[in-house]
Design a protein around this ligand. Structure first.
Ligand code: NBP
Length: 470
C-alpha cells in the first residue's frame, strides 16, 4: 500500500504528529536519521498505519504522488541538510512541509530555492507542544495557495477543533507567512506568561496569598473572561507538591527562565518593522534578567526587598484580575498589530480574524477571548487596530484603572512587573495627545539640523538654535 505522507524526524514532535495522522486513518511513512529512534518508536508506540523505514529513499519511494514529506527535525541547518537529501528523491509537484520552528526568513529562502526545482515548500507553524501534536495542534501553513489543497485534508483533519467544530488550521499566506504567524504566536505567548507570573507575584507579595489560595483564585479566574490554557495549567501548578521535600513544587523551582529564541525573533522583527511590541520585548528581557541569579543575589543586599504587604481581600484580587485582563488585551493587540504590518510589508494578505480563530484551540495561547478577537477582525469594516474595536475599547476603558493601580502598587512595593508596566506605557503612548516628540524633534534639529515639521503650516523647517542662548 502506498503511504499518504512521510514524517521525517521522530523526536517528540514528529512522533506525536505521526501518531496523530495515523489515528485519523492516514498511512504514514516514518523516518529518523538515527534508526535507533525509529526502532524505539516502533516498540513503544506501534501503530497499524505507521510504517517505519530505515532509508530515506525507501521512505520517499513509498509515497503516493504528489509526495508529501513533513520535516519535524531541529530548526536550523538540519532542515537544509534534509532538504538537500530530499531534492534528489522528489519530483515536480511534490510537497515538502517544514513543521519545525524555523525562522521565517529561512522559509522564504527555501521556498524560493525549491520552487526552481518545481517543488512546493510549506513552512508550517505547529503549536501545542507534545500534547497538541499528538491530539490536535493549532497549525499555521504558509506556501503556495494552489498546492495547499493537496495537504489540506491531512492538516485540517489532525488539527485541534475549536468549540464551534472548526479546525484550528487555515491557509495563512505565501512562503514564510505560516512560520511568521507561529513566531508572533510565540511572542504573544511570552508576554502572556510574563503577565501571569506578574499577577502571581502581586497576589503573593502584595496580597499575602499562599500558593493553595492562589490556585483557587486562578481556578475562579478560569471560569470567566480570562479562561485560557495558560490560566488553567497555572492553577494546577500552584497545587503541585514536591516529592523530594515537603514544600510546594513551585517554591523549589529555580527562579530563572530559559528561552529558545522565538520571542526574541518577534521582538527583533518588530523593531525592524517599526512596530511596538514592548510587552513581548519586556518579557524576553525579564527572562534574561531572571538568569542573572548571582547578580540579583548580590543586589539584594544593597537594595533589599520590602516586607510583603497583606492586602488580602476580594477587592484586591479583583483588581489583579482586571489588571491581568487589560494587560492581556494589550499584549495580543501588539502581536496582531505586528501581523497587520507584516501582512502588507510581505504582501501576505493575512486574515487576522482567521488567525485568531485557529489560535482558539490546540495552541499554548488558546483563550476564550480569542473568540472576541476573531469577531473584531472578521466583522465588516474591522478596526485597523484591536484597541479601536468597540468591544475591546470598552474592556480597556473599564479595566485600565486596575492595571494602573497594580502597576503603581507594584512599583511602590519594588516588585518587577515589566510586562504590566509596558502595557500601561503602550496604552498611554497609543492614546496620548502629547508624546513629547516635539521636544525630541527640536533637540534633533538643534544638534544635527535634522529639521522639523510644524503644526500650523506644511513644509520642513530648521531653526538656528544656538543663537537663542548666546
Ligand atoms: P528536536 O528539535 O529536538 O530535533 C530532533 C530531531 O531532529 C531528531 O529527529 C533528530 O534526528 C533530527 N535531526 C537533527 Br537534530 N539533525 C538532523 C540532521 N542533520 N538530519 C536529519 N535529522 C536531524 O525535536 P522536537 O523537539 O521534536 O522538535 C521538532 C521541531 O518542532 C523543532 O523545530 C522544534 O522547534 C519544533 N517544535 C517543538 C515543540 C516542542 O514542544 N518540543 C513545539 C512546537 C514546535 P536524530 O534522532 O538522528 O538526532
Amino acid at each position: 500500500k502506498q503511504q499518504d505522507i512521510a514524517v521525517i524526524g521522530l523526536a517528540v514532535m514528529g512522533r506525536s504528529l505521526a501518531l496523530n495522522m495515523a489515528d485519523h486513518g492516514f498511512a504514514v511513512a516514518a523516518y529518523n536519521r538515527s534508526y535507533a529512534v525509529s526502532e524505539q518508536m516502533a516498540k513503544n508506540h506501534p501503530h497499524p498505519h505507521i510504517h517505519i523505514y530505515k532509508e530515506l529513499k525507501d521512505c520517499v519511494a513509498a509515497l503516493k504522488k504528489p509526495r508529501k514529506v513533513m520535516l519535524m527535525v531541529k530548526a536550523g541547518k538540519a532542515v537544509d541538510m534534509v532538504i538537500e537529501q530530499l531534492v534528489d528523491l522528489l519530483e515536480e509537484g511534490d510537497i515538502i512541509l517544514d513543521g519545525g520552528n524555523s525562522f521565517f526568513e529561512d522559509t522564504i529562502r527555501r521556498e524560493q530555492a525549491l520552487r526552481k526545482n518545481g517543488l512546493h515548500y510549506f513552512g508550517v507553524g505547529v503549536s501545542g507542544g507534545e500534547e497538541g501534536a499528538r491530539f490536535g495542534p493549532s497549525i499555521m501553513p504558509g506556501g503556495n495557495k494552489q498546492a495547499y489543497d493537496k495537504i489540506r485534508p491531512i492538516l485540517e483533519t489532525i488539527a485541534a477543533k475549536a468549540s464551534d467544530g472548526k479546525p484550528c488550521c487555515t491557509y495563512i499566506g505565501e512562503n514564510g507567512a505560516g512560520h511568521y504567524v507561529k513566531m508572533v504566536h510565540n511572542g504573544i505567548e511570552y508576554a502572556d506568561m510574563q503577565l501571569i507570573s506578574e499577577a502571581y507575584l502581586q497576589l503573593k507579595y502584595i496580597g499575602g496569598y499562599t500558593n493553595t489560595e492562589i490556585a483557587k483564585i486562578f481556578k475562579e479566574w478560569n471560569a470567566g473572561e480570562l479562561e485560557s490554557f495558560l490560566i488553567r495549567i497555572t492553577a494546577d501548578i500552584f497545587l503541585a507538591s514536591d516529592d523530594r521535600s515537603s514544600q510546594d513544587l513551585l517554591d523549589v523551582i529555580a527562579d530563572s527562565a530559559a528561552q529558545k529564541g522565538t520571542g526574541r525573533w518577534t521582538s527583533i522583527e518588530a523593531l525592524k518593522q517599526g512596530v511596538d511590541v514592548s510587552m513581548i520585548t519586556a518579557s524576553c528581557n525579564a527572562r534574561v534578567m531572571s538568569n542573572l541569579l548571582a547578580q540579583r543575589h548580590q543586589a539584594q543586599i544593597l537594595y533589599p526587598d520590602r516586607k510583603p504587604l497583606q492586602r488580602k481581600n476580594d477587592a484586591f484580587v479583583e483588581t489583579v484580575r482586571q489588571a491581568l485582563y487589560a494587560g492581556k488585551i494589550l499584549a495580543y493587540a501588539q502581536g496582531f498589530a505586528l501581523l497587520a504590518h507584516a501582512s502588507s510589508q510581505y504582501d501576505w494578505q493575512l486574515a487576522l480574524g482567521e488567525i485568531a480563530a485557529i489560535f482558539r484551540a490546540g495552541c499554548i495561547i488558546q483563550a476564550r477571548f480569542l473568540n472576541d478577537i476573531q469577531q473584531a477582525f472578521t466583522k465588516e469594516n474591522p478596526a485597523s487596530h484591536l484597541l479601536f474595536d468597540p468591544f475591546f475599547a470598552k474592556q480597556l476603558q473599564t479595566h485600565q484603572q486596575a492595571l494602573r493601580d497594580m502597576v503603581a502598587m507594584s512599583i511602590t512595593q519594588g516588585l518587577a512587573i515589566p510586562a504590566m508596566a509596558n502595557a500601561v506605557s503602550y496604552l498611554d503612548m497609543f492614546r496620548s495627545s502629547h508624546s513629547g516628540a516635539n521636544l525630541i524633534q527640536a533637540q534633533r534639529d538643534y544638534f544635527g539640523a535634522h529639521t522639523f515639521e510644524r503644526c500650523d503650516m506644511s513644509g520642513s523647517f530648521h531653526h538656528e538654535w544656538r543663537r537663542d542662548h548666546e
